[in-house]
Design a protein around this ligand. Structure first.
Ligand SMILES: O=C(O)C[C@H](O)C(=O)O
Ligand code: SF4
Length: 510
């Protein structure tokens, strides 16, 4: 098994950097459905570019390389202790090589282990089978979409849909609701795995396992096949669209599995996965650990359609170039829907920083500043200089308890993130004269290119993703989705999609 560790390393790199063929095809089908020039079409074209760039750069598609979860099938007698140790070593090596972000954090102290190893990370499951070869499957599912997983206990009363009973129609309602509640925060359009039954733990596990199915397979259970087809045929009419911008495509895949339950329990568990659906697998020779084949067709067989932005967006849209520090007057002139290009200094800040800034000073003047909700993948070169390797936005709503106060306390003019923020932030934008800009979630290579120089970093003790990076920026494009006049595209899409959800109230499977 001298090649086992190297093969697992190759699997990690491939999974993180090269989206498989079936996922690419689903994204391409979405591109074909969106009307040219719309916000969703533009975002899909950025996503396609990003997929291509990640493949060429052999760098993470999204900066959040998720919770590495391995599922291994091996012949009776294979040494699982040795395999597990080699898997951990491969994970640490891939982290060192910036193919994975440092993503393992002590839950109580917040300390980042720096190598993706720690209690509970990575997740490694072994199962024996009666074959001679070894199969290693890996999914890298990020935190933002993981936060949008949801579990229902039937019977339930669902927003917009009314009663969901303990039957196929109740399950149908749960799935439609799960897609609605995710809005754009899990970087829609997404893929969902659904687990019917089990207990709270095995139900979620079953849901996650569904994500290992091929996007284009057909469920052998006739009832579940009908349910999957129904969801695929109807979910897009919720109108949530790419990144929650509104649009024709909200869901890219739906896979449903079932297992037995206790008489008293009826769980429907939904695992939501963003468009950056990174899962791959290898079949290994159990004598030497060499890769015999890939489980999912590799991405290079389906090149992405990388149109230039101009070709993709002939539509009229206002584009405003802003240089930091930004003035109140410039901000007040912006309206929801405008595209903003940012040049100058940008500062990253997410959960740890926002909490800290509530009762401490900032390490530098933030008047007129642009704060980017982002936890990047960074690499230090031999000369000690830092470089941005992947840097898409993180889900902004987590900062809702802090953001409004921080905008006012420090004079921040632009908050950049994804998924939108709530009423408290919207009020602060209006009061102070600031704007919320939505960047395309997962487009980590696309945005990394905009960061020309790392000028400095504060709070390295928070760990690389949570530190405050000061970045010299050129040509960072994002869309105004909350302006300083009380308008929020997110609030509009949420309201509109709730009305559309209510149309699915009547029974379908009786
Ligand atoms: O942690 C991140 O970088 C992003 C996260 O996956 C998110 O979707 O919010
Ligand atoms: S940022 Fe978006 S694309 Fe990346 S892991 Fe989070 S949900 Fe997925």
């Amino acid at each position: 098994m001298q090649h086992f560790q190297q093969s697992v390393y190759k699997l990690i790199v491939e999974t993180s950097t090269n989206l498989p063929a079936d996922v690419r095809q689903a994204i391409q089908a979405a591109q074909a459905k969106e009307d040219a020039g719309t916000r969703s079409a533009l975002s899909l074209s950025t996503i396609a570019d990003n997929i291509h760039m990640a493949e060429c750069n052999v760098s993470p598609i999204c900066q959040d390389t998720g919770m590495p979860t391995f599922i291994i099938h091996c012949p009776v007698g294979a040494n699982q202790i040795v395999m597990k140790k080699q898997i951990l070593d491969a994970v640490a090596q891939a982290t060192k090589d910036s193919k994975l972000r440092t993503n393992s954090v002590d839950s109580l102290t917040g300390a980042n282990t720096g190598d993706n190893l720690g209690p509970g990370t990575p997740v490694v499951h072994f199962e024996q089978w009666e074959r001679d070869d070894i199969e290693v499957k890996l999914i890298l599912k990020g935190g933002g979409c993981e936060n949008k997983n949801i579990q229902y206990s039937l019977p339930a009363e669902l927003e917009g849909l009314g009663k969901a009973g303990r039957d196929l129609d109740g399950i149908r309602k749960c799935i439609m609701h799960a897609i609605y509640q995710a809005q754009g925060q899990g970087c829609s359009a997404g893929f969902i795995g659904v687990g019917i039954g089990g207990d709270r733990t095995t139900g979620y596990e079953l849901a996650k396992h569904q994500l290992f199915r091929h996007v284009d397979d057909v469920n052998p259970n006739e009832e579940l096949r009908k349910l999957e087809d129904y969801v695929m045929a109807n979910a897009n009419s919720l109108g949530i669209g790419t990144m929650g911008f509104g649009g024709q495509v909200t869901l890219l895949g739906c896979k449903v599995g079932v297992m037995n339950r206790l008489p008293a329990s009826f769980f429907v568990s939904v695992a939501y996965n963003c468009w950056a659906f990174r899962r791959q697998g290898v079949l290994l020779d159990s004598n030497n650990g060499e890769i015999k084949e890939w489980v999912y067709r590799t991405g290079d067989t389906v090149p992405m359609n990388t149109k230039t932005e101009a070709e993709a967006a002939p539509a009229e849209r206002r584009e405003v170039v802003l240089q930091t520090p930004i003035s109140e007057e410039q901000i007040r002139s912006l309206r929801v829907g405008d595209v903003v290009i940012i040049n100058g200094m940008m500062h990253t800040g997410r959960d740890a920083l926002h909490k800290y800034l509530m009762d401490h000073d900032a390490p530098l003047d933030l008047n007129g500043a642009a704060i980017y909700h982002c936890g990047p993948v960074m690499a230090k070169d031999a000369g000690g200089e830092w470089h941005v390797k992947a840097a898409g936005p993180t889900t902004s709503i987590r900062e809702e308890p802090y953001q409004g106060d921080i905008i006012k306390k420090f004079g921040i003019r632009a908050v950049i993130g994804k998924g939108g923020m709530g009423p408290k932030t919207l009020a602060a934008l209006q009061e102070h004269g600031a704007v919320y800009l939505n960047a395309i979630g997962g487009a980590a290579q696309y945005y990394a290119e905009c960061f020309k120089k790392v000028e400095g970093v504060d709070f390295m003790e928070f760990g690389i993703p949570e530190a405050m990076w000061h970045l010299q920026t050129e040509g960072f494009a994002a869309i105004v989705t909350m302006d300083s006049h009380g308008n929020s595209l997110h609030a509009d899409v949420e309201k509109d999609s709730l009305a559309k959800l209510a149309k699915f109230k009547d029974p379908v499977f009786v």
